[in-house]
Ligand binder design. Structure first.
Ligand SMILES: [Fe+2]
Ligand SMILES: [Fe+2]
Length: 269
């Protein structure tokens, strides 16, 4: 418990949590979507080092920024699906106008009980997208939000199925836990991919870097697609972060200033 309390004070408390802002410029973005704000949370790893009340300051910081929607990019748990339950009272207070959406990370499939996490999350107003997409609307303009299963642990990752029924002309945001899948997704064309998983390597010291998950960078532009990778909020293994602070990422969508190549022109048929 000491480790957990110290971790919360050091990384998740007001004044310690890092808030990172990323702007994504989208050619031809509709007036109604100008300034669309997505709050991106990731990698809670509920369990010994993050539990009830530990996300309270993160939720408050998120609410203060008044995002249009919240995206949670997986790794809810550490050991078992029940690890997600203590997080839900905090997350239920997010309540942005367009909703809270999530995908699963590799840890969430433990025991193949990830369906229970999805069910519990629903009770807190969080919808887990499992190779699914939704059409959302703001200011009279529509966009698509697509959520994929985790490329490492899920049995099927199916972008085409996730997109079925969505108008391919809509600007699209894809949630995918592992950023290593981003190049493949970007080739199919979308405005942005939000990922987590890497924890910014969690302990970002040169001689330890190889122990953490591969880390592609915090913001990578893949042609017309922006890959935004969160360092996440929780930890794995030990309640320690060095050079890789826990963070809330705010992704702001704006219209690209010139007539650049259309995102949709790059999308596969
Ligand atoms: Fe993680
Ligand atoms: Fe992960």
């Amino acid at each position: 418990m000491g480790g957990r309390a110290a971790y919360r004070r050091r990384h998740l408390a007001r004044g310690r949590l890092v808030v990172r802002e990323e702007r994504v410029a989208v050619p031809g973005l509709a007036d109604g979507l100008e300034g669309l704000l997505v709050a991106h949370l990731s990698d809670f790893h509920g369990g010994a080092f993050l539990a009830r009340g530990d996300l309270a300051a993160v939720v408050e910081a998120t609410r203060e920024r008044a995002p249009d929607l919240v995206a949670i990019t997986g790794d809810w748990i550490t050991h078992g699906w029940e690890d997600a339950l203590p997080l839900l009272p905090d997350l239920a207070r997010l309540a942005p106008p367009l909703g809270v959406f999530s995908v699963f990370g590799n840890h969430d499939y433990r025991g193949r009980l990830e369906g229970r996490i999805a069910e519990a999350a629903r009770s807190a107003g969080v919808r887990v997208l499992r190779n699914e997409g939704v059409r959302l609307e703001r200011g009279g303009a529509e966009f698509a939000l697509v959520g994929l299963e985790d490329p490492e642990e899920a049995r099927t990752v199916d972008l085409e199925r996730a997109r079925s029924g969505l108008d391919p002309r809509l600007p699209e945001i894809v949630l995918c836990h592992n950023p290593l899948a981003a190049r493949r997704i970007a080739r199919a064309g979308c405005a942005a991919i939000l990922s987590g998983h890497s924890h910014g390597t969690q302990v970002d010291l040169p001689f330890l870097r190889r122990l953490g998950p591969a880390h592609p960078g915090l913001r990578v532009d893949l042609g017309a697609t922006a890959l935004v990778v969160s360092r996440g909020l929780g930890v794995v293994g030990f309640p320690l972060r060095v050079g890789a602070p826990a963070e809330l990422v705010l992704v702001r969508f704006v219209r690209a200033p010139s007539d650049g190549p259309s995102v949709r022109e790059g999308r596969a048929a």
